[in-house]
Design a protein around this ligand. Structure first.
Ligand SMILES: CC(C)(COP(=O)(O)OP(=O)(O)OC[C@H]1O[C@@H](n2cnc3c(N)ncnc32)[C@H](O)[C@@H]1OP(=O)(O)O)[C@@H](O)C(=O)NCCC(=O)NCCS
Length: 154
């Protein structure tokens, strides 16, 4: 499926509490160290920029960012495993970028595990550049793993 086809049958909308059950299901099957349900409630309650992607009435992805002044920190971006590889991840990232620009953000940044090839390829192809390393950022089986920091000016 092309990115254009992906965009035609999808809706990029605000995350609400009624979405959290679906989100937690996706989260738990997507990450070795998933966020808890409470974290998603807290993100909505504390006015993080929280969006979901809905395709044919199915919630298939979500993105959460915190906005500080003109910077948008992407904290979680995820597509349901059975919908990956069809352009939806790029659609979600593009949707977020448009929202960030609309509220005058000048910089988007995020952390990514060095082992996460799919995500890194997506970010590089969308113009993100490596700007640093955060030491011991992620939990890992034998302790902690460093994060690659990526950023993009918009
Ligand atoms: C990263 C993620 C969001 C990508 O979503 P997706 O819908 O599969 O991505 P898309 O289909 O839009 O693909 C966009 C680009 O990502 C890269 N990509 C996606 N899947 C890939 C894979 N399996 N291997 C290598 N690159 C891949 C490619 O560059 C692709 O562009 P192309 O199709 O033009 O080659 C998805 O894999 C995911 O949710 N992973 C689990 C959660 C996660 O790791 N989130 C990121 C945290 S930093």
């Amino acid at each position: 499926m092309s990115s254009l086809q992906s965009s035609l049958n999808s809706k990029f909308i605000d995350m609400e509490k009624i979405h959290i059950n679906d989100i937690v299901d996706i989260e738990n099957t997507s990450y070795d160290y998933p966020w808890s349900e409470k974290i998603f409630h807290d993100c909505i309650n504390h006015n993080y920029l929280c969006k979901v992607l809905v395709v044919d009435n199915n919630l298939i992805g979500y993105v959460i960012s915190s906005i500080v002044q003109d910077e948008c920190h992407i904290m979680n971006l995820c597509i349901k495993d059975s919908y990956r590889g069809h352009g939806y991840g790029r659609l979600l990232l593009d949707g977020l970028q448009k929202e960030a620009i609309a509220i005058n953000c000048k910089l988007l940044f995020l952390e990514c595990r060095p082992s996460n090839n799919a995500a890194l390829k997506l970010y590089y192809s969308e113009g993100y550049n490596e700007v640093g390393i955060r030491k011991n950022y992620y939990p890992a089986p034998n302790g902690y793993e460093d994060a690659i920091m990526l950023a993009k000016n918009v």
